[in-house]
Design a protein around this ligand. Structure first.
Ligand SMILES: CC(C)(COP(=O)(O)OP(=O)(O)OC[C@H]1O[C@@H](n2cnc3c(N)ncnc32)[C@H](O)[C@@H]1OP(=O)(O)O)[C@@H](O)C(=O)NCCC(=O)NCCS
Length: 189
């Protein structure tokens, strides 16, 4: 599995990934033009996970007595980090399409706080540490831009999604109400 920076060329694959994922809602703000604007305003902060040759090496460590690890190549400085993962049999059985996008995350900041969105991993690749690796990459990229604190909005009824963020040590903000306003009145803004 490799993580690289998301580009606009990934747009159609991303929409397919997001649209097929329960818990993720696509809005007008996910149009091609809006995504182009978002990536241009927030360079180096959104990432995709690819299944590729390195992904196959997951099977090499199965059965090893060591804690299973996956090598994640950082698109920031091209260094590799070993993250511990839980291996699932399905990784070995799944047809591996080199360079297929199996996960994504988008991030931006307002100069003070970071905001993550659209973290998704394909169902057959979940519970192997890929979601955590995507978040780790994003937070490292935000830190390089001076952003230390980051927020995520998660639907309250997204039970696995909320479990994921809590497991990563993110703190639910029960003291805060979120308010939104749509200037145009568009229903799916
Ligand atoms: C949330 C999501 C991105 C997690 O991706 P993932 O690659 O499976 O996450 P990881 O393997 O890195 O999980 C790390 C830890 O988070 C927790 N976690 C992840 N998925 C969980 C689930 N379904 N239920 C409970 N805990 C979960 C676990 O503690 C897990 O560690 P473990 O597998 O050793 O128990 C993935 O489930 C997904 O795409 N969901 C649909 C989209 C979504 O809801 N996104 C989040 C809202 S923004």
């Amino acid at each position: 599995m490799t993580i690289r920076e998301m580009t606009l060329a990934d747009y159609h694959d991303l929409v397919r990934l997001l649209a097929g994922t329960p818990g993720v809602t696509l809005r007008d703000a996910d149009s091609y033009e809006a995504t182009a604007r978002y990536l241009a305003r927030n360079p180096g902060l959104s990432f995709v996970a690819l299944s590729n040759v390195e992904g196959r090496s997951l099977s090499n460590v199965e059965g090893s007595k060591r804690q299973p690890m996956v090598k994640v190549r950082s698109p920031l400085d091209n260094t590799s980090t070993l993250l511990s993962v839980k291996l699932g049999d399905r990784v070995n059985e799944a047809p591996v399409d080199e360079e297929a996008i199996i996960g994504c995350v988008m991030a931006g900041h307002d100069g003070r706080r970071g905001y993550l969105q659209h973290l998704v991993v394909l169902p057959e690749y979940r519970r192997q540490g890929i979601g955590a690796a995507l978040v780790h990459t994003c937070l490292a990229a935000l830190a390089q831009q001076g952003i230390d604190k980051t927020h995520i909005f998660v639907f309250a009824d997204n039970i696995p999604g909320n479990a994921f963020w809590r497991a990563q040590g993110w703190i639910p903000r029960e003291e805060i109400n979120m308010y939104s306003f749509i200037y145009s009145g568009a229903e799916n803004a």
